[in-house]
Write a protein that binds this ligand. Structure first.
Ligand SMILES: [Fe+2]
Ligand SMILES: [Fe+2]
Length: 180
C-alpha cells in the first residue's frame, strides 16, 4: 500500500516548482534511520514522511499546510483501509511537523518526523540556495543571511540523535556561509 502513496507523491513532485523529490526522499531516509534507532513505529514514520508536505507540494502554499495535510493524509489512509489507530498517529505527526506553537509533537514518531524534516535541509543545501536566488530573488548577501537563519533554525529543531547525524554538515555549511 505504501508503494501507491509513494508513487502518488513522486508524481506530484514532478509537477511542482521546486526540488520536492530530494526533500521528500531525505525526510523518508532520516525517518527510517531514526525510527530504527529509537524503536519507533516504522510504518507510522514512513507514511508520515511521504505525506507530510502533500498540500505544500500540490498547492505551493506554506500556511497551514500541516493542518490541511493532516486532514488530507487522514482521508487518503482511510480510503486505503488503514486502521484508525495508525491514521491518528500519522495525522498527529503531520499536524506537528511544522514548528507551529499550537501543535507541538508529543509522540516519539512525531518528534522523529519533525527532526527528519529539519535534517533534510542539511542534505539539500543547494535546493535551499536555489529557492532563495530564483523564486525569492534574493541578493548574494540576503541569501547568505537567509541560509544561515534556516540552518540555525533547522539545527535547533533536532532531537539529540538527529544532531549526531547532522553535525558534520551543519559545521560545513556554516563554514561555507561565513564571511571570513
Ligand atoms: Fe512541511
Ligand atoms: Fe518537509
Amino acid at each position: 500500500m505504501i508503494d501507491k502513496i509513494k508513487a502518488m507523491i513522486l508524481e506530484l513532485c514532478e509537477d511542482a516548482n521546486w526540488d520536492w523529490k530530494n526533500h521528500i526522499n531525505s525526510v523518508v531516509k532520516y525517518t527510517e534511520i531514526l525510527a530504527k534507532q529509537l524503536n519507533a513505529d516504522e510504518e507510522v514514520c514512513e507514511l508520515s514522511a511521504w505525506l507530510h508536505d502533500i498540500i505544500k507540494i500540490r498547492e505551493g502554499k506554506r500556511e497551514l499546510h500541516h493542518v490541511k495535510g493532516a486532514e488530507e493524509a487522514g482521508k487518503i489512509l482511510e480510503e486505503m483501509g488503514y486502521s484508525v489507530d495508525k491514521i491518528e498517529k500519522v495525522k498527529h505527526c503531520i499536524l506537528t511537523h511544522s514548528s507551529d506553537k499550537n501543535y507541538m509533537p508529543e509522540t516519539k514518531e512525531a518528534k522523529i518526523l519533525a527532526s527528519a524534516d529539519a535534517l533534510a535541509h542539511f542534505d539539500n543545501f543547494l535546493s535551499l540556495a536555489y529557492f532563495a536566488f530564483v523564486p525569492m530573488k534574493l541578493s548574494i548577501e540576503e541569501t547568505r543571511e537567509n541560509l544561515l537563519g534556516k540552518t540555525e533554525n533547522s539545527w535547533n529543531k533536532l532531537i539529540p540523535e538527529a544532531k549526531v547525524l547532522a553535525k558534520e554538515k551543519y559545521e560545513a555549511i556554516k563554514l561555507i556561509l561565513s564571511e571570513d
